[in-house]
Design a binder for this molecule. Structure first.
Ligand SMILES: Cc1cc2nc3c(=O)[nH]c(=O)nc-3n(C[C@H](O)[C@H](O)[C@H](O)COP(=O)(O)OP(=O)(O)OC[C@H]3O[C@@H](n4cnc5c(N)ncnc54)[C@H](O)[C@@H]3O)c2cc1C
Length: 436
């Protein structure tokens, strides 16, 4: 009988998972390959190293990232506890002393009965319960092993995500539902038309906008499979009018073919989020907001996630994971994938997935029912999204309000308060009912 859980990676997800398992009395082994073997982005051998920004984003509970943090605090997250103890002044965001944060995480883990093994894991055996939390820069041999387990074409190495906007922030007076040449369902795409003047202004802004810096280890590899819209635009004034903005087969409410069109596709079944089809981009977030808001239907758009293009290993979660972060395949239910590798995006989101995966690993050991968070929480909604969204278009996702079941309140501020209140209330009810 398997009694222990082996975790691969002492990053945000792996450290959170180790803490949660040891709290529940589960024998835990935590494997970390650094500093013996480094990744291209980590700089130290520290646990839970923040590879880039030292900010865990907003603290305000009426923002989706603030709400996610509050949910994690309620669930006694190690990552949140250590971040709170090592915070540095940063207005309304939770930013930490990077080194102090990592040391605190390790200190807390060393206090507990966790076996820490400084080794690279190259293969996953079928005998143990595993939590694979090896992150966006998973080492090569382990990548091959995961591929053998999950099947071919389930693992990706680069993010090429287009921006996603909130459905209720789209100006539908300036948009129309139609699919090209009338093929498919009439509401498959929400089309944002432009006339020549609007397109020209948009084009000029797009080709002169600022891009994010490319990391040394990314180079041109990142862009080889999927061309950013701004790079395509630089090939000529009409290049994107023959590409993602082509108007052929589309007619607006007056039966007129627009000069150019941006197509929006539903990102979830509830149609609360739409992505800009073919708009994978490497523009800075500020420039995405400025330039894409020039699309008339998106003039007041709320960007739930910005487009990114960077190196990132992740699995096609809807094809292979459940909302407990376990592999769907019957005989592999002992294997959980957490963190960025599971298709969530961000430091706090990674910690959340480590928490949910580890409680489920503990429950598997103890023959307890699965730990599934309410879909009204950001944590539960994100777990649901990564396991249930359309696997044909899957790209990693952050925690955001567009994932939640909608609440029909017009005023944005009041609506966000209502989301937060509902989420925290539902979470507390679930936890007091002892379902963890
Ligand atoms: C360059 C870069 C910049 C980023 N910037 C940000 C940002 O500013 N904000 C943000 O929210 N997110 C950012 N991210 C995403 C970020 O990586 C995640 O949010 C977070 O670190 C993911 O946590 P994780 O636990 O999944 O992975 P990690 O924190 O990377 O932890 C994975 C761990 O697994 C170890 N490991 C890998 N393979 C093996 C193996 N075979 N055996 C043993 N150990 C192994 C690694 O050494 C690492 O310590 C960035 C990612 C990259 C690549």
């Amino acid at each position: 009988m398997i009694k222990k859980v082996k975790i691969i990676g002492a990053g945000l997800a792996g450290c959170e998972a180790a803490y949660q398992l040891s709290k529940r009395g589960v024998e835990t082994e935590l494997y970390e390959m650094r500093p013996k073997r480094m990744t291209p982005a980590h700089r130290t051998g520290n646990f839970a190293e923040l590879v880039c920004s030292n900010s865990l984003k907003s603290e305000d509970v009426e923002t989706s990232s603030g709400l996610l943090k509050e949910e994690l605090r309620i669930m006694d997250s190690l990552i949140l506890k250590c971040a709170d103890k090592t915070r540095v002044p940063a207005g309304s965001s939770l930013s930490v002393d990077r080194e102090g944060f990592s040391l605190k995480v390790k200190e807390e883990l060393l206090k507990r009965d966790i076996k820490i093994i400084c080794e690279e894991v190259k293969d996953i055996d079928g005998e143990s319960i595993w939590i694979v939390a090896s992150g966006p820069l998973t080492s090569e041999p382990l990548t091959r092993s995961i591929e053998r387990l999950t099947g071919k074409n389930t693992l990706y190495f680069f993010d090429a995500a287009a921006p996603i906007v909130a459905a209720d922030s789209i100006d539908t007076d300036n948009a129309f539902f139609a699919s090209r040449y009338g093929k498919g369902e009439a509401d498959d795409y929400l089309n944002c038309p432009m006339n020549k003047e609007q397109y020209s202004a948009f084009y000029e802004a797009l080709v002169s906008a600022d891009c994010s810096p490319v990391k040394d280890f990314e180079g041109s590899e990142v862009f080889s499979g999927c061309m950013p819209v701004e790079v395509m635009a630089k090939r000529g004034f009409d290049a994107i009018r023959f590409g993602p903005m082509k108007p052929v087969g589309l007619y607006d409410k007056n039966n007129v073919r627009p000069y150019a069109v941006v197509q929006l596709r539903k990102e979830n079944r509830e149609a609360t989020m739409y992505n800009l089809v073919g708009f994978q981009t490497h523009l800075t977030f500020g420039e995405q907001k400025r330039v894409f808001s020039m699309i008339p239907a998106l003039k007041n758009a709320e960007f739930l996630r910005y487009g990114v293009m960077h190196r990132n290993s992740f699995v096609n979660a809807p094809a292979i994971l459940t909302n407990t972060f376990a592999l769907k395949t019957g005989e592999r239910k002992n294997i959980f994938i957490a963190g960025q590798l599971s298709g969530v995006e961000g430091y706090v989101e990674s910690a959340m997935s480590g928490l949910v995966a580890s409680i489920n690993a503990a429950n598997t050991l103890m023959n307890k029912p699965p730990f599934i968070l309410p879909a009204t929480t950001i944590s539960g909604a994100l777990s649901k999204y990564i396991s249930e969204s359309d696997s044909r278009y899957f790209q990693p996702m952050n925690g955001n309000y567009g994932l939640l079941p909608p609440i029909e309140i017009k005023d944005k501020k009041l609506r966000k308060s209502a989301y937060a209140e509902r989420a925290l209330n539902d979470l507390k009810v679930m936890l007091t009912e002892g379902r963890n």
